[in-house]
Design a binder for this molecule. Structure first.
Ligand SMILES: *Cc1c(COP(=O)(O)O)cnc(C)c1O
Length: 393
C-alpha cells in the first residue's frame, strides 16, 4: 500500500499478506519453520531469501511480517523488525548500532529497564553513556559530540510526562553523525510522528497502546531497510528476540482499532485532566496539552493530542497517594498503561522503586505522584471515580 494513505487506513489495511485461500482476516502462521520444494530451493532460500520468503520463525514469520509492514507504514519508515518485548526492541536497537569505545547521550528520565540497559549493561561492554535533562536543549548541545554514535530518549517520558524537543535533538545528532533512537511508546505513532520529526530509529513497546487490551508482550524497531534488514536483523535473529506469531497476530488485530481507541482515550484524558486541575486536594496535574505543562508550547507543536496518560501529585505524599489509589473503584492498581481498562500506578514504589530517593526527587517522581492511564470506560464514570477517591485523601 502506498504511503499516501492516512495512518488510520494503513493501521487497518497495511501490510496484509494473503495466503492462497484469500482469507479476510490476517492468518496466524503458528509454525516454527517452513518446508521447501527441493534441496535446491532450501539452499536458495538460505542464501538469498526474498522479503516474503521464510526459513525459520526466529528469523521471520508471515504473521510477524504483516505486523512489521503495518507498523512501518503507520510510522512512515521503510521497514520494521518485531520483537518479543519492548525491551528486546530497545536492547536490540542499541546493540545493533553500538560497539566498544562508542559514546551515547540519553535523557535521564527513562522507563526503569531502559535506564538499566544504559546505566548497567552498555558500560560493561566499553560504551560510555552520558545522561542529560531531556527537556534542556542546551544540555543536549553540550553533551552530543563528534564521537557520539547514538542518542536515546523517550519522546514523552514515563511517568513525568516531560517532552524532548524531537526536531532539535534529531538535527543536533545528524550534524554530529549520530543515530537517534526514540522510544515513542507513551506518545504513540498517532500523536507524535517521531520519524517525520527526524528520528532515525523508532522503538515501541507494543504491549502498551498497540495491544491496548492487556493480553500480550511485544515490541518493534522501525527504521530504514538498510538498518532493519542489516545490523538490526542480524543482531535480533541470532540473539533470539523474535515474538511468537500468535502474539504478532494479537498486535495486528489490535491495530485495526488503534486509532479509535487511543483517540477516545486521549479525548477523555484531556477532559478529565482539565477537570481535576480545579481540585484543591491535588497539587498538580501533569498532562502535555494542559496550559500548565511547562512545555505546553512544544507539546502543542509536536503532539497532535496530549496522549492517554496523565500524572497527578496529591497532598500527603505516599500515604495520600495510596489512600487515593485504594479508594478507586473503576481504576485498577497495576503498572501498565495504554490499556482499555483505566489503570493507576504509584511509580515511586513500583516502576521506579530501584532509583534512590534523591534520584526520584530530582526527576520529579515524588512520593505523591500517581500515574493515571485513561481507558475506554465512560468519561463521566471515570471522572466521578477519580473525584470520589480524591475526596478520600
Ligand atoms: C513498557 C515500556 C518499555 C518496555 O516494554 P515491554 O514490552 O514491557 O518490554 C519500554 N519503554 C517504555 C517507554 C515503556 O513504557
Amino acid at each position: 500500500m502506498a504511503k499516501t494513505y492516512s495512518k488510520q487506513t494503513v493501521a487497518v489495511q497495511g501490510g496484509v499478506l494473503r495466503s492462497q485461500f484469500g482469507e479476510t482476516s490476517e492468518a496466524i502462521f503458528l509454525t516454527q519453520g517452513f518446508v521447501y520444494d527441493s534441496a535446491e530451493q532450501a539452499e536458495a532460500r538460505f542464501s538469498q531469501a526474498q522479503p516474503n520468503e521464510f526459513t525459520y520463525s526466529r528469523y521471520g514469520n508471515p504473521t510477524t511480517r504483516m505486523l512489521e509492514n503495518r507498523m512501518a507504514q503507520i510510522e512512515g519508515t521503510e521497514d520494521g523488525f518485531a520483537t518479543a518485548s519492548g525491551m528486546a526492541a530497545v536492547n536490540g536497537s542499541l546493540c545493533a548500532i553500538l560497539k566498544a569505545g562508542d559514546h551515547v547521550v540519553a535523557s535521564r528520565v527513562l522507563f526503569g529497564s531502559c535506564l538499566y540497559i544504559l546505566e548497567n549493561i552498555l558500560p560493561k561492554f566499553g560504551i560510555q553513556v552520558d545522561f542529560v535533562d531531556g527537556t534542556d536543549n542546551q544540555q543536549w548541545a553540550h553533551k552530543v559530540k563528534p564521537n557520539t554514535r547514538a542518542v536515546f530518549f523517550e519522546s514523552l517520558a514515563n511517568p513525568t510526562l516531560e517532552l524532548v524537543d524531537v526536531e532539535f535533538v534529531s538535527k543536533l545528532a545528524q550534524k554530529n553523525n549520530a543515530i537517534t533512537i526514540a522510544d515513542n511508546a507513551l506518545a504513540t505513532p498517532l500523536f507524535l510522528p517521531a520519524h517525520e520529526l527526524g528520528i532515525n530509529v523508532v522503538v515501541y513497546s507494543t504491549t502498551k497502546h498497540t495491544d491496548g487490551q492487556g493480553r500480550a508482550i511485544g515490541g518493534i524497531v522501525l527504521g530504514t531497510k538498510d538498518f532493519i534488514r542489516g545490523p538490526l536483523e542480524s543482531y535480533m535473529k541470532h540473539s533470539g528476540g523474535a515474538p511468537s506469531p500468535f502474539n504478532s497476530w494479537i498486535m495486528l488485530k489490535s491495530l485495526d482499532t488503534l486509532n479509535l481507541r487511543v483517540n477516545y482515550q486521549a479525548d477523555t484524558a484531556m477532559h478529565v485532566a482539565t477537570n481535576l486541575e480545579k481540585s484543591t486536594k491535588i497539587r498538580k496535574v501533569i498532562y502535555p496539552h494542559l496550559k500548565s505543562h511547562p512545555q505546553y508550547t512544544l507539546a502543542k507543536k509536536q503532539m497532535k493530542k496530549g496522549g492517554t496518560v496523565f500524572a497527578i501529585e496529591v497532598e500527603g505524599g505516599k500515604e495520600g497517594a495510596f489512600r487515593f489509589m485504594n479508594n478507586l473503584k473503576i481504576f485498577r492498581v497495576t503498572n501498565n498503561f495504554g490499556d482499555a481498562k483505566s489503570l493507576v500506578t504509584h511509580p515511586a514504589t513500583t516502576t521506579h522503586q530501584r532509583l534512590t530517593q534523591a534520584q526520584r526527587n530530582s526527576f520529579g517522581i515524588h512520593d505523591g505522584l500517581v500515574r493515571v492511564s485513561v481507558g475506554l470506560e465512560d468519561r463521566d464514570d471515570i471522572l466521578e471515580d477519580l473525584d470520589t477517591a480524591i475526596q478520600a485523601i
